[in-house]
Design a binder for this molecule. Structure first.
Ligand code: SF4
Ligand code: SF4
Length: 338
């Protein structure tokens, strides 16, 4: 026995607390539209953080009111063959595609915790009817939805219904140069996608966004995409390139934030219903296995498991390049200057 007080090796350090506070408050502050309410709301959030810093139950600590984003990779299937991505090489078979009802149950169980539900893929519009069904349910539950698409399968009928539901559509565009289109997208559908973007702008107005992937291969083109968007009044965001089995290369000189990864606040669902905290979870040894599967289990039960809390704790200090992905940074990324 020793009389000398020893700090436990795994006790949180001051830096850990600062990271924790920053990781909680920064995304919250970015979501406040009314700037005059910023200071009082941040103060209230600080009090809440202070309370849950010492008194914590997993469900309250990590899944507070409107504090989380639910990201559903509805499918790996995609008609495009982009050089930047290899997701399309492993489409899920029908037997592994989650039943829509299971996702709707999950959304309904979590809706009070969500500030946003995001649908991504593959190409989500491969399941356009299911996407609309989710969009309708999200509207009914008061959860804003963001739909990521390559733009090739958009139709006027879809856009009008989606527009009525007041959700946000993000079209992925890495070039507006018809001569490079096929090399980037692996398909010769420049005219069709551009027509669909114009139609989406007309119908959705400011609820249309364009997102580009910044890589060595797309650097020059993104300047033109930014100009294209500016001319049409479309909000443009940039996503740094990450290796999803594609053949592109990361651009040099990207800024990596020092703060903790905000992905620990995410709840991500794979096409087969597996639940993870970020789509890059395989890089974290403790998170290699999914937390559960919403095809077989209740989402709240899954998120209340001890391992879900442990994974979230490890993610606070995770500092891998995927931290920069827009799904892991709950703020709009900068546009490239002209
Ligand atoms: S980047 Fe998107 S559009 Fe291109 S192949 Fe991958 S999933 Fe499809
Ligand atoms: S840095 Fe990457 S792997 Fe680590 S928690 Fe964030 S998104 Fe997940």
């Amino acid at each position: 026995m020793s009389l000398i007080y020893r700090k436990r090796a795994n006790a949180p350090s001051l830096t850990h607390w600062i990271y924790d506070y920053y990781g909680e408050i920064a995304p919250f502050a970015h979501r406040i539209d009314r700037k005059f309410a910023l200071v009082p709301l941040v103060l209230l959030k600080t009090v809440e953080w202070g309370i849950y810093r010492w008194y914590r139950t997993p469900i309250r600590r990590f899944y507070g009111v409107k504090g989380n984003e639910l990201i559903y990779m509805i499918t790996r299937r995609c008609g495009d063959r982009c050089a930047k991505c290899g997701i399309w090489k492993n489409p899920e078979p029908d037997s592994e595609h989650l039943d829509l009802g299971c996702f709707l149950d999950c959304l309904s169980r979590l809706h009070e915790n969500l500030y946003q539900v995001t649908l991504t893929g593959g190409e989500p519009l491969t399941f356009a009817d299911d996407v609309l069904r989710i969009a309708e349910e999200a509207r009914k539950l008061g959860v804003p939805m963001v739909l990521m698409t390559n733009g090739a399968l958009l139709t006027e009928k879809f856009l009008r219904r989606f527009g009525d539901l007041r959700h946000v559509l993000v079209v992925s565009l890495d070039t507006v140069d018809p001569t490079k289109w096929e090399a980037f997208r692996g398909r010769d559908h420049y005219e069709r996608v551009m027509r669909n973007v114009a139609l989406a702008r007309e119908i959705l107005v400011d609820r249309l966004r364009v997102q580009s992937v910044l890589a060595r291969e797309s650097e020059a083109d993104i300047v033109d995409v930014a100009a294209f968007c500016r001319e049409r009044g479309i909000q443009h965001t940039i996503q740094p390139y990450m290796d999803f089995d594609g053949s592109w290369h990361g651009a040099a000189g990207l800024r990596v934030s020092d703060g903790p990864c905000a992905a620990r606040k995410n709840i991500c669902i794979y096409p087969n219903g597996d639940v993870v905290k970020c789509f890059d979870h395989r890089r974290i040894p403790i998170a290699r296995e999914p937390l559960g599967n919403i095809g077989r289990e209740d989402i709240i039960e899954i998120l209340c498991r001890r391992r879900a809390t442990e994974v979230s704790c490890v993610m606070k200090s995770c500092n891998l390049p995927c931290k920069q992905l827009s799904c892991n940074v709950p703020v709009v990324l900068e546009s490239v200057p002209a």
